[in-house]
Design a protein around this ligand. Structure first.
Ligand code: PMP
Length: 284
């Protein structure tokens, strides 16, 4: 693969980052994952805007303009011949060659890295036709989940707990209410109403969430942004998750309880179809 590091396009084996980089030592960095369909970027703008927000929340300098960032994404798609896949982008605070809790001087160059992941069949995923099974786990993450930082150890642990339980993913629960999935936003559907937690510092402001709720409104579906419990989710007709890498993914079982008739239902597959159709049209 050709990857991008601090202004250079290099073979992945030649790309280097300092061992003192604060991304490596302190998870002091932010990231974005943008999907590629038909060789084009899905919702690049949404990701660029959220990246800027994450950087500002951490008082981190943005080392690249939005136009240049788009060009780097496109060049990597071209160089690696990606038709369907993902582009990972990470910006960390860099390093001044030592380890210290205090941030290095503001003129320290941030580290920017991008690489592609080839994923043929990303859109036409058979898993989406069957739906996924999830478990619930306690949400023990920090209080600024709206910042898309690279601190992903607990979400990784959550995915492993799900795997050990024979399931696909986990939803996290705080004070009795579902916050979000380990790498996605969480929704339930009851009597055709779509219910999802409102935006706050407690969850990531999903780029896919924003688009899906817009399409749901345009299709005259009722959306309620409020808290819900695992108990309510188990009584729901349907459930689903959204993320830039899995789009709209139906959930058919929660903590061993099948939802409705145990199939993806009607609302989630319809939203998935609308999302993919509309976003392909708007891809850049
Ligand atoms: N919540 C969390 C915790 C996530 O990691 C992600 C995906 N990165 C999402 C929600 C979904 O966000 P998006 O739709 O922007 O991919």
């Amino acid at each position: 693969r050709t990857v991008y590091v601090n202004g250079d396009y290099l073979p992945e084996t030649e790309a280097k980052v300092s061992i003192f980089d604060r991304g490596f030592l302190m998870a002091d960095g932010v990231y974005e994952v943008t999907s590629v369909l038909d060789g084009k970027l899905i919702d690049f703008d949404g990701h660029a805007v959220r990246l800027q927000r994450s950087l500002e929340a951490l008082e981190m300098r943005n080392p690249i303009s939005k136009d240049d960032l788009l060009e780097v994404h496109r060049e990597l798609v071209r160089a690696n011949e990606i038709t369907e896949g993902l582009i990972y982008l990470q910006i960390t605070r860099g390093s001044d060659g030592d380890r210290d809790f205090a941030y290095p001087a503001p003129e320290t160059e941030p580290t920017i890295v991008l690489f592609t992941q080839n994923k043929p069949g990303l859109a036409d995923n058979p898993v989406a036709k069957k739906g996924i099974k999830i478990i619930s786990i306690e949400d023990i993450r920090w209080g600024r989940r709206d910042i898309k930082t690279v601190q992903l150890l607990y979400p990784s642990m959550g995915k492993m707990m799900a795997k050990k339980a024979g399931c696909d993913d986990a939803w996290m629960v705080e004070e009795g209410f579902v916050t979000e999935g380990t790498s996605n936003n969480a929704y339930i559907v009851k009597d055709n109403k779509i219910i999802t937690r409102a935006l706050s510092n407690d969850i990531l402001h999903g780029i896919t969430r924003a688009a899906v709720l817009r399409f749901a409104n345009e299709a005259q579906m009722v959306v309620e942004e409020r808290n819900f419990t695992i108990d309510e989710a188990q009584q729901a007709d349907e459930a689903f998750t959204t993320s830039a890498s899995a789009f709209v993914m139906p959930v058919v079982e929660i903590d061993g309880v099948a939802l409705g008739d145990g199939t993806p239902g009607r609302v989630a597959p319809r939203l998935r179809e609308i999302y993919l159709d509309e976003m392909r049209k708007a891809a850049v």
